[in-house]
Design a protein around this ligand. Structure first.
Ligand SMILES: Nc1nc2c(ncn2[C@@H]2O[C@H](COP(=O)(O)OP(=O)(O)OP(=O)(O)O)[C@@H](O)[C@H]2O)c(=O)[nH]1
Ligand SMILES: [Mg+2]
Length: 543
């Protein structure tokens, strides 16, 4: 600390009679890079329990613990509970309607043998910008996210448009039927066909099911199945339940508009009481979610009062958001999984910046293109917290072929979310991170790209390459955005000042003052407001 003091500290007398002297650190970024403590292993800073603070360790630890008590994990989670909520999740009458309309099932671990058909528009203005191979890869990744679903057959099928009443022309449908039938006779019998299109209309689905003699699912229903599997908290479960309703209603509407009328075989027939049940269910789900969200709002306010800087980690699904938070915080309980939509709850994880300032990292739900708005809308609310964060880390999977399309999709969605939110998306709040560089054959060939939101920080959350540098960048941005500064304050030994600083600022370092044996030199990270308060409480009193 003192080494740092010699080179970078600009001494500034804070009061006329200067019983206390404040040393403001200039050129913070330079200091951060040069400080010997900061160049030590990152682990030291991200796990408070490992810190041993010398003389004042006890005092410091006490302050941290009292802060921890106030920020216990349950504080961050909306309280689950209530029989009403469980009844909404376990509703047999609803389940039978949902399984007819979507072929989703409560038996999430049932084995399925799936044929994936990826339709794509080959020509014309509506041609899909993403290559059909990549679309198919994403469809395969969706199926692989369900533990006992096996891919038996995959096909890419060019179509003129995705909106025709019959998705495939008669000849093509006949050809596909032949392939599926041949497979049924020779290979492992298929149990369902996944058409990788956002939503199939009722009549598209109907004609495909008749041709293939198998249940047909679209992206919406496969994603619902994944979300059901990964929803852990009550909030996420209720959100998934709400996300299912627009799909069921759209199928019912399509069915009513269908020229054959509602009498055909395999139709979703909704009795009046079932319709009422769906309407009532929607109202109840919205009410319960509103209650949970108002609780979340309360927690958010409490967090603001506590003055923890918040860093939200966002990005395309499977980009490595959870892995990055694990690398930054060393929180072992975090479980990254090679599955799409593995994280469905916005959760907060405490970490420490190199300057010892405690921050909260928010893990968020991943983004995905070609997911119907109705499905993702419900989850957008969970991103509210993330959008209010001080700093937003956008994680990108550099090893993914469609990396730039994924980045563009996330940036577009973020832009929209920010537009409707309380806080503008200024470039200084965004840090772009290129993850998984250990999987890139020649990482040095990756140009350090710049876009509207600045430089791309290349890292691997797995091998930890670049993670320490990223942590320094997070620190720089957090201090800038939240108006914090690093200063050194001289305080009397054993006085109330020290305890106050531990409680109200992040104490980085403390050591005996070589010029005065009765005083300590304390390095802190502090907000302007808290510094004023400190002056008011201690300096004026003494002068
Ligand atoms: N090789 C390698 N694999 C990584 C890296 N980062 C993450 N992964 C793997 O990528 C997969 C997805 O990681 P997660 O951290 O769960 O990704 P996520 O963005 O949180 O995913 P969702 O929550 O599903 O949106 C896991 O299998 C991780 O082990 C990395 O830097 N290198
Ligand atoms: Mg995750």
């Amino acid at each position: 600390m003192l080494g740092l003091g010699v080179r970078f500290v600009v001494r500034k007398v804070c009061a006329k009679n200067a019983a206390l002297e404040c040393y403001y650190l200039k050129q913070f970024a330079a200091a951060t890079q040069c400080h010997p403590m900061l160049s030590a292993h990152r682990a030291k800073y991200t796990n408070a329990s490992k810190y041993k603070g010398g003389k004042l360790a006890g005092q410091r630890q006490k302050a941290i613990e009292s802060e921890r008590e106030r920020s216990a994990p349950e504080d961050e989670q909306p309280s689950d509970g209530g029989d009403n909520r469980s009844e909404l999740i376990e509703d047999r009458e609803y389940d039978s309607v949902a399984s007819t309309a979507m072929h989703v099932t409560k038996q999430l671990l049932n084995v399925q043998h799936v044929a994936i058909i990826q339709p794509y528009i080959k020509w014309g203005p509506r041609k899909n910008p993403t290559k059909p191979e990549l679309l198919l890869q994403e469809a395969e990744a969706l199926v692989r996210s369900l533990p006992r679903w096996n891919i038996e057959l995959t096909m890419k099928v060019p179509v003129e448009t995705l909106d025709k009443r019959q998705l495939f022309g008669t000849g093509k449908l006949e050809e596909l039927r032949g392939i599926i039938q041949a497979h049924q006779e020779s290979g492992t019998p298929l149990t369902c066909v996944f058409i990788s299109k956002g939503t199939l209309t009722y009549s598209q689905k109907q004609s495909l099911e008749q041709a293939f003699r198998l249940p047909v699912m679209d992206r919406y229903s496969v994603v619902v199945q994944i979300l059901r599997l990964h929803a852990v908290s009550m909030e996420a479960k209720l959100q998934v339940a709400l996300a299912e309703l627009p799909y069921i209603w759209s199928q019912v509407k399509d069915q009513e508009g269908s020229p054959k009328g509602p009498a055909g075989g395999g139709r979703i027939f909704l009795s009046d009481s079932q319709r009422q049940m769906l309407q009532l269910r929607e109202r109840k789900l919205r009410n319960e979610l509103a209650t949970i969200r108002s609780h979340r709002e309360l927690l958010r306010n409490r967090r603001r009062q506590k003055n923890f800087p918040v860093v939200a980690v966002v990005g395309y699904t499977n980009a490595g958001k959870t892995s990055l938070i694990k690398a930054l915080t060393e929180e072992q309980s975090l479980q990254p999984r090679d599955q799409l939509f593995a994280t469905l709850d916005v959760t907060a994880h405490a970490g420490r910046l190199p300057c010892k300032l405690e921050v909260l990292y928010m893990d968020t739900v991943g983004f995905m293109a070609d997911i119907p708005t109705g499905l993702i809308e419900c989850f957008v609310a969970t991103l509210e917290d993330a959008m209010l964060a001080d700093v937003i880390v956008h994680v990108q999977d550099m090893a993914h072929e469609a990396c730039s399309e994924q980045r563009a999709h996330v940036e577009r969605t973020l832009g929209k979310l920010m537009h409707s939110g309380e806080r503008p998306l200024s470039p200084e709040r965004i840090i772009n991170v290129g993850n998984k560089i250990d999987l890139v054959p020649d990482p040095s060939a990756l140009a350090v790209e710049c876009n509207d939101y600045g430089r791309l920080h290349l890292i691997s959350s797995q091998t930890l390459v670049g993670v320490h540098e990223l942590l320094l960048e997070v620190e720089r941005r957090v201090l800038k955005v939240t108006g914090r500064q690093r200063i050194v304050i001289r305080v009397p030994m054993g006085g109330p000042e020290m305890a106050w600083l531990y409680k109200n600022a992040a104490v980085t370092e403390s050591a005996a003052d070589p010029e005065n044996a009765e005083r300590l030199l304390v390095s802190v990270v502090i907000t302007d407001a808290k510094l004023q308060q400190f002056r008011h409480l201690f300096i004026r009193k003494r002068s």
